[in-house]
Design a protein around this ligand. Structure first.
Ligand code: AMP
Length: 293
């Protein structure tokens, strides 16, 4: 596994692979890797000849300066994890000649942004609702960095986690608008044994908050058993009230949307793909999760 800091070097390595008609898979991350990230790497390794993982804390997608400053940066530990993910997959995929993450792309901010990125994306509803409304500029920053990364890596496949459900819709809209020839692959949420969705931000929870945080996933799961008996609004109220009844938790929003358009639904019959998306403050830590009904 090679750790590459410059765009020029990465492009040179990948040019060789492309010449040999190798399929390139790509997993963009902000590091502080956990098993959720590693599951994306494993999907990537299984379905491509070359696996590239980027580790880059992108400043343009943070609308909160404090969040950017305190975001965990653990490149050394990330690289150890990435090579062990490789050997794990290797064990299971004995037939794969070369298994595992091949390149960790860890550029500096100056490398990615030699000059300020002034592009403004208009990606419609999928980027405007929910996270788009609560974190102004966030998805524009995501579109900036992911489009740059796609231009650099030119992957055949890219892998994203359904934990950031809205992000996948935004990326799909972006590649469509920019005609970037990459297939976007959505991978399922990886959870702790108690249901809490893995997140780099979980390390910021106090022991008490960590103990309470699984209430989010538990409530979402429970709420699926009320469908279609209860109305959409009743299910929303149940989820919000149950989570808010814990004094440590505060729901920022809970919306049940069409999983493709991300438009809110009023009735279950409005869509055949209803997804509930939630953001909860657990103390000061902002946690997101979602569930398919
Ligand atoms: P991040 O480093 O938070 O930007 O996440 C990088 C990628 O990992 C994104 O596509 C996330 O959706 C994905 N990811 C983060 N947490 C999880 C999880 N618990 N399960 C699956 N994918 C995840």
């Amino acid at each position: 596994m090679k750790i590459v800091n410059s765009i020029k070097d990465l492009k040179a390595y990948l040019a060789e692979a492309k010449q040999d008609n190798k399929k390139i898979g790509f997993v963009p991350t902000m590091g502080a890797l956990h098993n959720g990230h590693l599951s994306l790497v494993q999907h990537c390794v299984k379905n491509n000849d070359v696996c590239v993982v980027s580790v880059f804390v992108n400043p343009t997608q943070f609308n909160d300066k404090h969040d950017l400053e305190t975001y965990p940066r653990t490149l050394e530990a990330d690289c150890v994890l990435l090579s062990s993910a490789a050997s794990d997959v290797y064990k299971r995929q004995v037939l794969l000649e070369s298994a595992g993450c091949d390149y960790v792309f860890a550029p500096s901010v100056e490398e990615m942004y030699p000059e300020p990125d002034t592009r403004t994306f208009d990606l419609g509803t999928v980027s405007e609702v929910m996270e788009g409304a609560k974190r102004p500029g966030h998805f524009n920053g995501v579109a900036q960095v992911v489009s740059k990364l796609f231009y650099i890596v030119e992957p055949d496949n890219a892998y994203f986690g359904e934990k950031d459900f809205q992000q996948i819709a935004v990326i799909r809209a972006m590649v469509k608008q920019l005609n970037i020839p990459v297939t976007i692959n959505a991978c399922p949420i990886v959870r702790e044994g108690d249901g809490l969705a893995l997140s780099s931000r979980n390390t910021r929870l106090t022991p008490e908050q960590r103990q309470k945080a699984p209430l989010i996933a538990r409530t979402l799961k429970e709420s699926t058993t009320f469908v279609p008996g209860k109305s959409v609004q009743e299910v929303i109220d149940y989820v919000v009230n149950t989570i808010n009844s814990d004094p440590v938790m505060e729901v920022e929003y809970y919306e049940i949307v069409d999983g493709n358009t991300l438009e809110s639904i009023k009735n279950w019959s409005d869509t055949d793909y209803p997804v509930g998306c939630i953001t909860v403050y657990c103390g000061e830590v902002r946690l997101i999760d979602n569930i398919k009904y």
